[in-house]
Design a protein around this ligand. Structure first.
Ligand code: R5P
Length: 297
């Protein structure tokens, strides 16, 4: 059976790393954008199992293009088309928070399950459902954790007095899974979101961060508001240094600058997106999952 990875131009660097870890070829997918905004997608090459690599940050155009690419891959003979989307968009809206709102998570899950035979993603934002199976029935939908990749980089030059801080209660299991192998203490905040760029945040026992270096850990940096609020509180109680590490960085250049101005001395994320702070490779974590699913056999 032949297996190959297919990638759009965005993400080509990450796809090359993953293809090399998996020992499979990587083929290009071209997109032509018409003046009216439509996309024409063309895949190059063919494989019986096609691993379609695309992170779904900036999701609207990208989602349509991955569906078109999945269809083209089948037309070219693929028996199985697997979506490898290190960042999976539209997962945060998992209930209608206000009357009349669409539940985006359900809609996107259902759509992808129609077009793909499997899905692999990293740390999706699943807070009210236990696993992706609940929204993607009938296909294997695998969510792997970036924690091993984060642990590896955090361990380098780690000051043992460091305290690890998760900004909200939802982050607790995830932060603990990173702090535990590093032997670090953990603090977890409580957050109420008031708007896209407004949060109310408290950190119980925050005085424990006084005089110590802190590493803030979150699954996602979007506007950066959560990390900024948390970093300000930590500076107020006298943390000696505040760094932040996240799985996904969706933040704009301006928001990253604002984060640096809040006194976050180092900001790192995985290469699930092509953000300027995306320095931690996910290729190892993704390749293990692909192998484990038997998609290379
Ligand atoms: C929320 O529950 C997530 O874990 C992140 O804390 C959140 O999405 C970050 O968003 P922002 O950077 O806009 O505060």
């Amino acid at each position: 059976m032949t297996t190959a990875l297919f990638t759009f131009t965005d993400g080509a660097r990450q796809a090359a790393g993953l293809a090399s870890e998996c020992g499979i070829p990587v083929n290009q997918i071209d997109v032509h954008r018409f003046p009216d905004g439509e996309s024409l997608v063309r895949v190059h090459g063919a494989a019986e199992t096609a691993l379609l690599f695309r992170s779904l940050d900036d999701p609207n155009a990208k989602l349509v293009e991955v569906l078109l690419a999945a269809s083209a891959l089948r037309d070219c003979g693929a028996e199985k088309v697997i979506l490898v989307a290190p960042y999976l968009a539209y997962m945060r809206q998992d209930v209608p928070f206000h009357e009349g709102e669409a539940v985006s998570q359900r809609v996107i899950g259902k759509l992808l399950a129609v077009w793909f035979d499997g899905l692999l993603t990293v740390d999706p934002h699943l807070h009210r459902i236990a696993s992706l199976d609940a929204i993607m029935s009938g296909i294997p939908a695998l969510a792997v954790s970036a924690a091993p990749a984060l642990v590896q980089v955090i361990a380098i030059d780690l000051d043992p007095r460091t305290i690890m801080v998760g900004p909200d209660s939802e982050s607790r299991p995830w932060v603990e899974s990173i702090a535990r192998p590093l032997g670090l203490d953990v603090l977890v905040g409580e957050k109420i979101r008031k708007g896209d760029r407004e949060v109310m945040l408290t950190v119980p026992d925050i005085d424990r961060a006084s005089g110590r270096p802190v590493i803030l850990v979150d699954d996602l940096i979007s506007s950066g508001t959560t990390l900024m609020a948390c970093a300000s509180l930590l500076h107020e109680v006298g943390a000696t240094r505040v760094e932040a590490v996240a799985t996904h960085s969706l933040a704009s250049g301006t928001d990253l600058e604002r984060l640096a101005n809040t006194g976050i001395s180092r900001l790192r994320a995985t290469d699930s997106t092509s953000s300027q702070i995306a320095s931690i490779p996910l290729s190892g974590v993704l390749a293990n999952a692909i192998r484990g699913q038997g998609w290379l056999d």
